[in-house]
Design a protein around this ligand. Structure first.
Ligand SMILES: *[C@@H]1O[C@H](CO)[C@@H](O)[C@H](O)[C@H]1NC(C)=O
Ligand SMILES: *[C@@H]1O[C@H](CO)[C@@H](O)[C@H](O)[C@H]1NC(C)=O
Ligand SMILES: *[C@@H]1O[C@H](CO)[C@@H](O)[C@H](O)[C@H]1NC(C)=O
Ligand SMILES: *[C@@H]1O[C@H](CO)[C@@H](O)[C@H](O)[C@H]1NC(C)=O
Ligand SMILES: *[C@@H]1O[C@H](CO)[C@@H](O)[C@H](O)[C@H]1NC(C)=O
Length: 510
């Protein structure tokens, strides 16, 4: 998970009022075919960063950023512990596991020779999942571009990436597709293009003014839009290939996953309300409109003008209806303000185009020390928005979860340390059920994350399983959240943690 730290400073803080009792929520309340799972990404969970022929991705090479961290090299060591992890998933009662393939493990140079040990690893993981009856939701790209492609032509800024991505995708479809029920071509392209090529706070750390970050290269005025454009065309090409050659016999589905907070105006002023609509169009419409209708939203074309690349007729046709589903990674809300804070207006970029900043209802996301707040009704608002705007598109909640401080010992039921996460999961599953009953076409829900992962917010973790990172064996321990989720999945009442209903002034549906 990755928060959109683009623009900052929190505004206000609404604590949930703790109240009595939901009726016993279990999976039996959901449609029978609904998938419940948990997820990770290769970068954050595999480790073995320099083993068995894997070469670095752009996430692993930045010299002094957190991503150069030694912790990233071992992460949660799933590369060596996948069998144990799949057994834990099975015991927990998961229907599905969402993970990503590391491009530079499978094709170390980004293009060309396939690494047989990379192939073997993902085959073994998929076989293990398959033999335990766990469905695989697989992401092709989760922020980890092979460094060699970045070095050769700047990665996503160059159209050559379309051919290389499509060739990589084809290896995955051909070799793994018989055991994959859903492919996401990209994870959070509405985050990594902006953060990596405009704001300059994520790999490959490119930017220019007006970003206040210091990057050695980049052009914030155009590169966010350009990289997103190349990502969309790469998606469309890979989907065409999958639909023509693999989908008919393999029967999986294909889509992509967006960073999907819900946005609320910071005040009721007409300016903040209008800014909120712009943010929604720029964050969701930027990808959804091309994927569903074949072109960027009118408002983006109008505001961004010639800096927004255009689709040719054939490209537009290829993009239109190029998703079988959309994955939504939803954690929290942001408040939208119709102003730019300290952002320099002398140059234009995505941020000045949107002309808004968002604030986080907790603490400045830059400082990463506050509690993430829980606003389950916002998930219902998000789902309603997608239902109405994109013709009942099929949705998976691909990420939802709560980061808590990662202590030296696993959280226990007695300590209560894990209670906020149990309450969080209950609240969101309840909101999800409300939306499904009101006609949202959601087919699955994945907790982020299955085990504690390498997280960009140091000192915090999302895992259903606690991982002892100091232990040479990276021992896993069940948390109260994992016990609660497992009980929920087995149709039992859940753990003994008190049941809460969240009621904030934002919530009207409960
Ligand atoms: C950018 O560099 C300037 C001058 O070296 C420094 O004062 C400033 O703090 C840096 N900004 C960031 C965000 O690192
Ligand atoms: C960024 O690219 C635009 C369009 O090509 C150009 O006008 C502008 O000068 C460039 N800015 C920087 C900082 O290189
Ligand atoms: C906006 O207006 C509504 C209805 O009048 C009110 O309930 C809400 O508190 C207001 N929100 C803000 C942020 O002022
Ligand atoms: C932006 O432009 C204003 C007015 O021309 C100038 O005073 C200011 O120094 C500029 N800011 C930067 C960061 O260049
Ligand atoms: C339920 O769905 C209808 C039709 O989309 C919509 O008008 C209504 O606002 C939804 N209710 C809630 C509480 O989201």
């Amino acid at each position: 998970m990755e928060r959109p730290f683009m623009f900052l400073v929190f505004l206000f803080f609404l604590s949930p009022q703790i109240q009595a009792s939901l009726s016993h929520l279990t999976r039996d309340h959901f449609p029978p075919a609904f998938l419940f799972g948990a997820g990770t990404s290769s970068l954050q969970v595999e480790g073995a960063a320099q083993e068995d022929g894997k070469k670095p991705s752009i996430e692993e090479t930045f010299p002094d950023g957190i991503r150069g961290s030694d912790k990233l090299k071992v992460a949660a060591d799933q590369y060596h512990k996948y069998k144990e992890d799949v057994k834990l998933m099975h015991e927990m009662g998961l229907d599905a596991y969402r993970f990503s393939i590391a491009w530079s493990r499978l094709i170390p140079d980004g293009r060309g020779a396939v690494n047989p040990l990379g192939l073997k690893y993902y085959n073994s993981l998929l076989d293990e999942l398959h033999s335990h009856g766990i469905a695989a939701h697989v992401t092709l790209y989760h922020f980890d571009l092979p460094q060699s492609l970045q070095d050769e032509y700047g990665g996503w800024v160059d159209r050559r990436i379309i051919e290389d991505f499509t060739a990589y995708a084809e290896v995955c479809f051909r070799e793994f597709g018989d055991r994959v029920v859903a492919w996401s071509t990209f994870n959070e392209p509405n985050f990594f293009t902006l953060a990596g090529y405009d704001v300059g706070l994520a790999a490959p750390y490119r930017c220019s003014i007006p970003s206040f970050f210091n990057c050695s290269e980049g052009n914030s005025s155009v590169d966010g839009y350009l990289t997103a454009h190349n990502v969309l065309l790469s998606h469309a090409n890979a989907v065409q290939l999958y639909r023509e050659r693999y989908q008919p016999k393999q029967g999986g589905s294909i889509g992509l996953s967006l960073m999907s907070p819900w946005f609320l105006p910071a005040t009721n002023s007409s300016k903040d309300v209008a800014a909120t609509q712009r943010v929604v169009d720029f964050q969701f419409g930027w990808f959804m409109d091309p994927l569903v209708h074949g072109d960027y939203p009118l408002i983006m074309r109008r505001i961004v003008g010639s800096r927004l690349p255009t689709f040719g007729e054939k490209e537009s046709k290829l993009l239109k209806s190029s998703i079988d589903f959309i994955g939504l990674n939803h954690y929290t809300i942001f408040y939208v303000h119709d102003d730019l804070g300290n952002w320099d207006m002398n140059q234009t970029d995505y941020i000045t185009d949107v002309h808004a900043r968002v604030s986080f209802p907790g603490v400045s996301p830059f400082e990463e020390k506050g509690e993430q707040e829980s606003f389950p009704s916002a998930m219902s608002d998000l789902l309603e928005y997608f239902k109405q705007s994109y013709k009942d598109v099929t949705i998976f909640i691909h990420e939802n979860g709560l980061a808590l401080p990662h202590g030296n010992t696993p959280p226990s039921l007695e300590s209560g340390d894990d209670d906020p996460r149990v309450q969080y999961l209950q609240g969101y599953l309840d909101a999800l059920l409300t939306s499904i009953r009101n006609g949202s076409n959601v087919e699955g829900y994945f907790v982020w994350s299955f085990v504690d992962c390498f997280e960009f917010a140091a000192g915090k973790a999302f895992g259903l399983y606690y991982v002892d990172f100091e232990d040479a064996n990276f021992e896993r321990y069940p948390t109260p959240s994992s016990i609660w989720y497992s009980n929920f999945l087995h149709g039992k009442e859940g753990s003994k943690v008190k049941r809460h209903v969240y009621q904030t002034e934002l919530s009207s549906y409960i």
